[in-house]
Design a protein around this ligand. Structure first.
Ligand code: GDP
Length: 365
């Protein structure tokens, strides 16, 4: 029978008669669709084999706020831990427009050309404002995003800085277990997130721009103090001289700081991420730092310190969450706050009363 839409009225739109049940084009499709859930052991096996799809799904579990996802995620992380730790972790920060994505693309390609495998992660607690697209968005790293040895993951979506940072730290473990030997953790250089990144990387790179001669003013001293390398981007064309001037200003400023615990004197380099000039030198610096701190023992000392830091961070986070989600506390918190605001209670007595409520509630359970 002729399909009604094969009428002259629909000329040019030839519609063929369909079949009752179309044959499966891809015999594996059904099977895969059903297999959306793996057991923790299957996740671990996939990750250790370097299966990127499974790695991504595991990271999604790490990022999930759901209790049952967290349970599976923690089991996967625990099993991956013995295979983690073998990468060089590099923190990269700079204000928006400094050229982070352009530079990460260039640095990343340099590493891949050396035969490395790179994971690019991000910490951006404010990402909800931009629907998660500020950091880690694949389109920002055009070259890298096409490479099979690069794994680019946007920042976990907005939450407390501590929570977002913890998820990124756990993701590092999974990436390392999957065979990534280089990890970048990117953050916007505008707030507290540098401290979080600093506490999970081996080397901290600060990207700066040459400006009008007063570039040092805008940078928080604390961020400069954390940097193992300051790199001045956009040293190309007319900007080269300005970049060199900025470099010497940074160099002078760095010398006023006390010697870092690592014993490493931070370096200042100029480069162009866009034109890929001076990239190898940056990599030589990172390698030199790694060799230097491995030799003087600081490399593993720092990692141990970080592991301890994250244990306490995790305890603090869990305690805080349990406290604020406790129904007895939730029921009285606003009232206690009101009393403090009306000077009926001091802040400290108010706090003590709430903690007592919490502890009493726990002991009754
Ligand atoms: P981000 O916000 O820190 O990630 O910065 P982007 O990588 O998006 O770069 C911001 C702008 O600076 C873009 O227009 C880039 O093309 C430009 N840019 C980045 N690196 C360089 C460079 O090395 N030289 C020049 N001239 N421009 C650059």
């Amino acid at each position: 029978m002729k399909h009604p839409k094969n009428d002259d009225l629909y000329k040019g739109l030839k519609v063929n008669k369909g079949v009752a049940d179309a044959p499966t084009v891809n015999p594996y499709l059904k099977k895969r669709l059903r297999r959306t859930e793996y057991t923790p052991a299957e996740f671990v096996e996939g990750i250790l084999k370097g299966n990127i799809t499974i790695l991504s799904q595991a990271v999604t579990l790490v990022e999930s706020a759901r209790q049952e996802h967290q349970q599976v995620a923690q089991e996967i992380i625990e099993k991956c831990l013995p295979y983690a730790g073998n990468s060089i972790r590099i923190g990269i920060t700079g204000v928006p427009g400094a050229g982070k994505s352009t530079s990460i693309d260039a640095f990343g390609m340099q590493l891949l050309n050396e035969g490395k495998k790179l994971a690019v992660l991000a910490i951006d607690p404010s990402s909800e404002r931009s629907k998660g697209s500020i950091l880690g968005d694949k389109t920002r790293m055009e070259e890298l995003s096409r490479e099979k040895n690069a794994f680019i993951r946007p920042s976990p979506s907005a939450g407390s800085l501590g929570g977002v940072a913890r998820k990124t730290r756990e993701t590092i473990v999974l990436c390392e277990a999957a065979g990534f030997d280089s990890v970048f953790v990117e953050t916007v250089g505008v707030g507290q997130s540098e401290t979080a990144v600093h506490s999970m990387v081996d080397f901290f790179l600060l990207i700066q721009l040459a400006g009008t001669g007063d570039e040092l003013q805008g940078i928080k001293r604390g961020i400069m103090e954390m940097a193992d390398g300051i790199i001045i981007n956009k040293a190309d064309g007319d900007n080269i001289e300005k970049a060199n001037l900025a470099a010497s200003q940074f160099w002078n400023a760095l010398h006023l700081f006390p010697m870092p615990d690592s014993g490493w004197t931070p370096k200042v380099l100029t480069y162009s991420g866009y034109y890929k000039l001076g990239i190898k030198e940056i990599w030589d610096m990172v390698n030199e730092y790694v060799a230097f701190t491995k030799q003087n023992g600081y490399f593993s000392l720092k990692r141990n310190k970080q592991a301890k830091y994250w244990m306490y961070e995790s305890i603090n986070d869990t305690l805080r969450d349990t406290f604020y989600h406790n129904p007895a506390v939730e029921g009285l918190l606003k009232e206690t706050e009101r009393k403090v605001l009306n000077n009926e209670l001091s802040s400290f007595i108010g706090a003590k009363q709430m903690i007592d409520v919490f502890l009493n509630d726990l002991s009754c359970k």
